[in-house]
Design a protein around this ligand. Structure first.
Ligand SMILES: [Zn+2]
Length: 370
């Protein structure tokens, strides 16, 4: 919950006792923890900080499945509360966990209370709390000890499924039809966690949302554990015609040419057509087909004004011949966001959007994803 002040030590009898517990726990679990952390890497296509292990991810996906808690919020809280610390593997270079997380598997600074069914005990530590006036108040608090990281993540799930959290998070932001989350809903969920009293720091939500953007954690919110393990292109969408994994980038248009071989339009169009053409009047809005990051936004004489979005897991989309592009290189975009307008720039025989879908750097039929 509240971020620990790493620079404070506890020069008391209590401190000696904690040290004793720490050493005992460390001694007992070091071998297994080392092997777990050392041997685990994330499936292909995902970039997560080194201290986030696959068993942590599995527990996050379980709480998403059980309670409808978006994975993005959990991983973001883990990074914000316990990440880039000096404990455990990578700790010497600041890529490890916090002391509370590593020694007691408490990843979120959860304060001990008798209803914590997953806790095996508690440990007193000094913590800094931000007062409503913005001052920092230093107090001692009892934090839960967990046997595994999974137990801690399951306890977080249980807490969020109960009041005061439930009505401000799951009840408010989960899509009641399919349990999905847009990035805006995941951000709202994160804000609800803070609002219900998880953290006192005024910058807590901003920090967490920054992590959600940086590591594209949103992609996990509509994915199953099986999708995640498969890596690369997530299923439940990708590769299945009619899946709607990608949104129609230009619903107002009519399709003037499909993907594949064709006669060169006007002698200047490609004969091996790598995309799908959406004919529409110049100025018709073009929408992002899925959440992602703009990795190209520029002009050349063939593609005209064009942009490319990276959706993670090897999936990219390309939008060509635009009259105007309104997003910038490096910008994060949401599915359905207006990114550009139909035009006739570059090698084009009339106003249209030429839309391509790339799977691991190879153009594929967009219909597989629409
Ligand atoms: Zn085309």
């Amino acid at each position: 919950m509240k971020r620990l002040l790493k620079w404070l030590t506890i020069p008391t009898v209590l401190g000696v006792l904690i040290l004793f517990i720490t050493i005992t726990v460390l001694y007992e679990t070091l071998a297994s923890a080392m092997s777990v952390l050392g041997s685990q890497s994330q499936p292909a296509g995902y970039t997560l900080p080194p201290f986030v292990t696959t068993d942590m991810m599995q527990a996050f996906f379980k709480t998403q499945e059980t309670y409808g808690i978006p994975v993005s919020t959990g991983v973001a809280q883990l990074i914000a509360e316990s990440g880039f610390g000096s404990y455990g593997p990578g700790g010497e270079s600041g890529q490890g966990l916090s002391g509370l997380a590593y020694n007691y598997r408490n990843l979120f600074g959860i304060k001990y209370f008798s209803g914590d069914q997953y806790a095996t005990g508690s440990v007193d530590m000094i913590t800094g709390e931000e007062t409503p006036g913005g001052d920092l108040e230093v107090t001692t608090a009892a934090f839960s000890i967990y046997a595994t990281y999974g137990d801690c993540i399951r306890q977080r799930g249980r807490m969020l499924s109960l009041e005061p959290y439930y009505s401000r998070t799951i009840a408010r932001y989960k899509n009641p039809c399919d349990g999905s989350y847009t990035t805006a809903q995941a951000n709202g969920f994160m804000n609800g966690i803070k609002e219900a009293g998880w953290a006192t720091s005024s910058s807590y939500v901003t920090n967490c949302i920054n992590h959600m953007v940086t590591y594209n954690l949103y992609q996990f919110d509509n994915m199953t554990w099986e999708d995640y393990q498969a890596g690369q292109i997530p299923s439940g969408g990708g590769g299945t015609p009619g899946s709607g994994y990608l949104a129609n980038p230009c619903p107002a248009a009519s399709i003037s040419s499909e993907f594949g071989g064709r006669t060169s339009p006007g002698g200047i169009g490609s004969t091996n057509h790598k995309g799908r053409d959406y004919a529409a009047p110049a100025g018709t809005p073009i929408y992002a087909a899925a959440d992602g990051t703009v990795i190209q936004s520029t002009y050349n004489s063939v593609r005209g004004n064009y942009l490319q979005i990276d959706h993670g897991n090897g999936l990219k989309t390309l939008y060509q011949h635009c009259s105007r592009i309104i997003v910038q290189n490096g910008q994060h975009v949401n599915k359905g966001q207006v990114i550009a307008y139909v035009g006739n720039t570059g090698a084009s025989t009339g106003p249209h959007l030429h839309f391509e879908v790339w799977e691991n750097d190879t153009p594929v039929d967009p219909r597989n994803y629409l």
